[in-house]
Design a binder for this molecule. Sequence first.
Ligand code: NI
Length: 183
Amino acid sequence: MIYPIRAYGDPILRAECKKIEENDEFLKKLISDMYETMDASDGVGLAAPQIGKNLRLFTVDSTHFPDEEGGVRQAFINPVIIEEHGEEWEFEEGCLSIPEIRENVSRPPKLKIQYITEDWESKTEVFEGLTARVIQHEYDHIEGILFTDHLSAFKKQLLKGKLSNISRGKVNVRYRMKFPKRR
Ligand code: NI
């Protein structure tokens, strides 16, 4: 099932998400729906709050980045970023919840993350490059943080009108979305 993507301004995108307690049929279906929704919108990542679920879960697909060796396509359940390191680098980020806006965000290039896999196994892994970048962006989502929060006050001010239009549904987007202020 393909869910509509929650747009900027939806309170669910500001929630600190809850831990998943159980590996049940509901979770399996949710993860499969998240892959389907991410693929339908050509996303490289999708966090549960973006489809209205207040849960610490995201999917990542970094296999399509042209310069990325390997890349991953996997789900992260109850992830915890243990450490990030390296000199911060800028990369132009976008977000399915914030269509038509792309801005440079600085983040460290490497991270170590602990999470539960789809097979309900605890794992600690190191990621770098664009895969790490997508993980950092999705991890922010489950903490209620959006990439626009990382921008300067000046940039935020410049984007104010566009962001307000997105929350009202005044945006051209190819995939299905749910807008908080559409009348
Ligand atoms: Ni996003």
